[in-house]
Design a protein around this ligand. Structure first.
Ligand SMILES: C[S@@+](CC[C@H](N)C(=O)[O-])C[C@H]1O[C@@H](n2cnc3c(N)ncnc32)[C@H](O)[C@@H]1O
Length: 196
């Protein structure tokens, strides 16, 4: 890509991120529908209400994840913290979950939920998934639910996951994919499509 092309792409990238930020900052977190559809009654039984009402994921990937006690886990785009809480219970007190989101209001919800759940092993981090502020090889397991699809530079996110994961580390992701053949261009390029 030419230098002008790169500059234009980065401008578009900033614009997309702003659309996503505004959309998620406006989510009021007052519906249980997503959580009730994705998680079992057992998983929700001891879950703080803030996390249940703020669930915005697209799947229940943790059901398929092997999470070992003592692991350092990174939840990309933690939102209100439902997967962070489930994972932090499974790492146990010898492990921890770094809950990363670029919206302070989402991190506040995760903090509240972790405190209510009595989990001191949750560490909220405000950052962009395209520039993860963690050292190379510092994480055992990266999880993410409905977030990578929102990033304008998905390859960059995956490169960051590969960088922070230790050799033989694990990546467990639930996400959405779409191909150009599935939707008309005007829908694909619409701001609501990116944020949704
Ligand atoms: C669809 S919600 C999913 C939240 C959570 N994973 C869940 O399952 O409930 C997407 C979350 O990702 C965050 N997010 C979106 N793009 C991001 C980015 N580039 N960097 C960090 N967080 C991002 C949003 O603020 C929001 O909290």
């Amino acid at each position: 890509m030419s230098e002008t092309g790169v500059a234009r792409d980065l401008m578009r990238s900033a614009e997309i991120k702003q659309i996503v930020r505004s959309a998620y900052a406006a989510v009021d977190g007052s519906s249980e529908t997503v959580a009730r559809n994705l998680y079992s009654p057992e998983e929700l039984a001891r879950m703080p209400q803030t996390a249940i009402e703020g669930a915005l994921g697209v799947g229940n990937h943790l059901r398929h994840a092997r999470i070992d006690p003592g692991e350092t886990l990174l939840d990309l785009g933690c939102g209100a913290g439902i997967d962070t809480i489930l994972a932090a219970r499974r790492t146990g007190p010898d492990g921890r979950v770094i809950a990363l989101d670029f919206l302070p209001e989402m991190l506040e919800r995760t903090k509240t939920a972790a405190a209510e759940a009595g989990l001191p092993n949750v560490e909220p981090v405000e950052a962009d998934i395209e520039a993860i502020p963690l050292a190379d090889d510092s994480v055992d397991h990266v999880i993410s639910n409905g977030v990578i699809n929102l990033a304008p530079r998905k390859a960059r996110v995956l490169a960051e996951c590969a960088r922070v994961l230790r050799p033989d580390g694990k990546l467990t992701v639930a996400d959405l994919t779409v191909t150009e053949e599935e939707l008309p261009t005007e829908i694909l390029a619409h701001p609501a499509t990116w944020a949704g």
